[in-house]
Design a protein around this ligand. Sequence first.
Ligand code: GRF
Length: 222
Amino acid sequence: MSDQEAAGRRLAVLISGRGSNLQAIIDAIAAGSLGATIAVVVSNRADAQGLARARAAGIKARVVDHRDYDSREAFDAALVEQLRARHVDLVSLAGFMRLLGPVMIRAFPNAILNIHPSLLPAFPGLEAQRQALEHGVKVSGATVHLVTPELDAGPIVLQAAVPVREDDTVDTLAARILVQEHRIYPQAIGDVLGGGWSVEGRRFVRAATAEPTSASRLPVGS
Ligand code: GRF
């Protein structure tokens, strides 16, 4: 795919809060290192800080409040309607705190990405950094994966590891992991939009000719 074609690929970013990963994606596009356009940012919370980041970057931002819907199916259908209206190719969950059901997953098969602050399959679910500290692991990190119906269990696109230090708190570990999240999420989005991959069983497999991104070659970060 040419750079021009890739830049035409339309991304949606779904958020619930701070939006620092959204900002990393906005910055990567602005820097020319991610060939894509953010067609829309959708938050399920009107007070999400990330909405202001989107608007500051001139990106259309929408609120779809889950409390306005009486079922997950109805909420998902409202999301699908917003995303289809914007002709979205790929959906990135970036701190989006709602579980997606079959309505969304079927509408975007193998086209929804999530970022999770642990080395999956370790520590899925909430408070992954706290889970890692309490378990006593010496290495943790971040994972970008395709979204499937099972929580935090879809095919892994990219991971980055960070050391866990003796004196870490949840906040210091989360901050170290976040640096890696901001690095690998735009790279993983670029990988997925670039094509040349398939899903085999539960593995995300790049075609033999596809070069791994620099992120997947890096040693444990500091
Ligand atoms: C990140 O740690 C991400 O891995 C997790 O939620 C957090 C969102 O942070 N899913 P932000 O809203 O992108 O700043």
